[in-house]
Ligand binder design. Structure first.
Ligand SMILES: [Zn+2]
Length: 104
């Protein structure tokens, strides 16, 4: 009987949508790992970087690290809150209408 290989998390190429392959990864912080990926489509050839991060606790650790503070939640992805964020450029008038008139 052969041992099952662990499956790496996959992400599709954001340009062509094909499968991508993790070539390397680096631990950035205790909760963030940076993945270096290559698109598997030879006609695309996109190389890119993605992040894998721990975002919440589903069941508390029996060996907690006092420096790690994560929100608790469920397996299923849920929005962090019910607030509807305003579009990034929708809260303020364009800079030209906001600037003070120039003197002289
Ligand atoms: Zn691609």
């Amino acid at each position: 009987m052969t041992a099952k290989k662990p499956r790496l998390p996959g992400i599709h190429c954001p340009h062509c949508g094909d499968r991508s392959i993790v070539r390397d990864s680096v631990q950035v912080t205790p909760i963030v790992r940076e993945l270096r990926l290559v698109c598997d489509n030879i006609d695309c050839g996109h190389y890119f970087v993605a992040q894998l991060s721990v975002i919440r606790t589903v069941r508390p650790s029996a060996c907690p690290n006092p420096d790690i503070h994560l929100p608790t939640g469920k397996w299923a992805s849920q929005p962090a809150n019910d607030d509807t964020p305003a579009p990034a450029n929708d809260e303020r008038p364009p800079a030209a209408t906001e600037a003070a008139p120039m003197s002289g």
